[in-house]
Write a protein that binds this ligand. Structure first.
Ligand SMILES: [Zn+2]
Length: 201
């Protein structure tokens, strides 16, 4: 957090890129050495404003950091779409525009683990049919032959990035699960910020 830079540009913490640019433009107009008549004080003011502008711009362009933590107050959201691509799960969420650039959302999701009964094989030990001498593998009743069982969980995501219109992040290993290869997909979440969610959500 660059407290001084925000103060320098008369901005609040979490200002958007647009606000940062506008604030700098305003100060630059007032204090630019080419146009202002103020002398050294203006030059100095212009220089510090420019440094603050550069620092804040860099900060807003940092990548989203994802953390897991205990649930705090969730930001209201609504699932808009969900699609699968291989093991990866893509989810689009409409989210009420958070007041700060640091916020948490709690996502209900289903985590898949290898079925403990069939050890992810999808089949339990088969039965030999004595008449036909055919060994028939049996579908595991616990996972219905899927090899994996789903468990609904809540995932708390802490997002620390000023996101203005959209935000996208990837949660490794939170997507689908392929028991035969013990392979996990990712959960890719796209956040779309809205001013309010429809009533009755
Ligand atoms: Zn099973």
């Amino acid at each position: 957090m660059n407290v001084r830079a925000y103060r320098e540009l008369n901005l609040k913490k979490g200002a958007t890129e647009m606000e940062i640019k506008a604030a700098f433009r305003k100060l630059a107009k007032e204090h630019h050495p080419d146009t202002s008549q103020g002398g050294p004080a203006d030059v100095e003011k212009f220089r510090t404003a420019y440094q603050a502008y550069q620092a804040l711009l860099k900060e807003t362009q940092k990548k989203a950091k994802i953390e897991f933590s205990a649930p705090v107050s969730p930001t209201p959201f609504r699932f808009e779409s969900q699609k699968k691509h291989g093991l990866d799960l893509y989810v689009e969420i409409a989210l009420v525009r958070p007041l700060s650039s640091e916020f948490e959302i709690i996502l209900p999701f289903t985590a898949h683990e290898a079925c403990p009964r069939c050890l992810g094989q999808g089949q339990t030990l088969g039965r030999l049919n004595f008449e036909s001498q055919i060994y028939r593998p049996q579908t595991c009743p616990k996972c219905q032959g899927q090899g994996a069982i789903g468990q609904s969980k809540h995932l708390t995501v802490k997002v620390t990035e000023p996101m203005s219109q959209r935000g996208k992040f990837r949660l490794r290993g939170a997507g689908g699960y392929l028991p035969s290869q013990a392979k996990r997909g990712d959960l890719i979440v796209t956040l779309r910020f809205v001013d309010s969610l429809p009533v009755g959500n």
